[in-house]
Design a protein around this ligand. Structure first.
Ligand code: ADP
Length: 299
């Protein structure tokens, strides 16, 4: 099921084209990576979704309908520019966020306390916001967005500035959302996070959609026909392989000849006596794909 569709969205700011005829779908229940270099148009797209700005052309559909104001209760958004009301207490601010999404105050407060436990900050409930460290404040903001359990939420760089323990904590929250069928759009520059966390990606560059698809499929599409082999001792020569390079540590990268499948190569290697610990297609890292696509667009 498709929870969100952008249909032929365009937006200009004066002479700048921020979005140029962008269309793509976000399936329900996924963690969806929204990628692109600075200035690509990601925030513009998100702001149109959140009804903060209006598109010049095109349509946004959510929950199977043209997006209406009333849908905003079911959407969550952690913007790039963070900000909380600094003189109030954490619990009051979080309760307020919950009530903005239609929860009654008692329920919002109860959830806020539960979410502070979840983000391992139960002690800060009565603190004033300005006493929070940067990392604490970021976790409080993420909890404030997630406490209404939005069906669809957009998080702009939620883990930037967090230590590895807290990065993992936030990632686990997103995986938990997915397990409950919730959809999360993750705008991020961390390509390893995309590989480990995202089901699907859209890569935008200068307002155009450049890459879209399931992460595995995108990586395969942008990969050379290569395999990585972890072997003990020397690797025997195999006719199906065009090129072999070793790193000196028992890891070999083999470029396969046209039309040769990895399984054929594995069989040929084993038949010739290779002792193999690990054998896998060499998928292009998302970072390489990102850099290549952006560079090619500039050329
Ligand atoms: P991203 O979020 O991917 O960094 P943005 O959507 O913020 O990209 O920006 C897309 C383009 O639109 C950029 O060239 C940016 O400078 C321009 N832009 C964004 N907001 C405004 C604005 N309010 N006024 C003028 N230009 C803008």
């Amino acid at each position: 099921m498709i929870i969100l569709s952008f249909e032929r969205l365009s937006k200009r700011y004066g002479q700048t084209t921020a979005l140029n005829d962008v269309s793509f779908d976000v399936p329900s229940g996924e963690i969806f990576g929204l990628l692109g270099p600075n200035g690509a148009g990601k925030s513009t797209l998100i702001r149109i979704l959140m009804d903060i700005i209006r598109a010049d052309a095109g349509e946004v559909r959510v929950f199977g309908e043209p997006r209406r104001r009333e849908h905003l209760d079911r959407l969550g958004y952690l913007p790039e520019e963070r900000g909380l009301y600094t003189k109030q207490t954490v619990i009051d601010v979080m309760t307020y966020f919950g009530s903005l999404k239609g929860l009654d105050r008692g329920e919002a407060r109860r959830r806020a306390l539960a979410w502070l436990e979840k983000v391992e900050l139960p002690q800060v409930a009565s603190w004033k916001i300005d006493r929070l460290s940067k990392g604490m404040s970021q976790k409080v903001q993420i909890a404030s967005v997630l406490l209404s359990d939005p069906e669809l939420c957009v998080l702009d760089e939620p883990t930037t500035g967090l230590d590895p323990v807290n990065v993992r904590l936030v990632q686990d929250l997103l995986v938990e959302r997915r397990a409950h069928g919730r959809t999360t759009i993750l705008s991020t520059h961390h390509m390893n996070q995309v590989e480990t966390l995202c089901d699907r990606v859209a890569l935008i560059n200068t307002g155009r959609l450049m890459v879209y698809g399931e992460v595995g499929a995108v990586r395969r599409r942008h990969s050379l026909p290569e395999v990585l082999v972890h072997a003990r001792g020397a690797l025997p020569a195999v006719p199906l392989v065009e090129q072999a390079s070793g790193n000196g540590n028992g890891v070999w990268r083999l470029r396969l000849a046209d039309g040769v499948s990895p399984a054929d190569v594995l069989r040929a290697l084993v038949e010739r006596g290779a002792v193999i610990d690990r054998f896998e297609p060499a998928l292009a890292p998302m970072e390489d794909i990102f850099l290549r696509v952006v560079k090619e667009a500039q050329a």
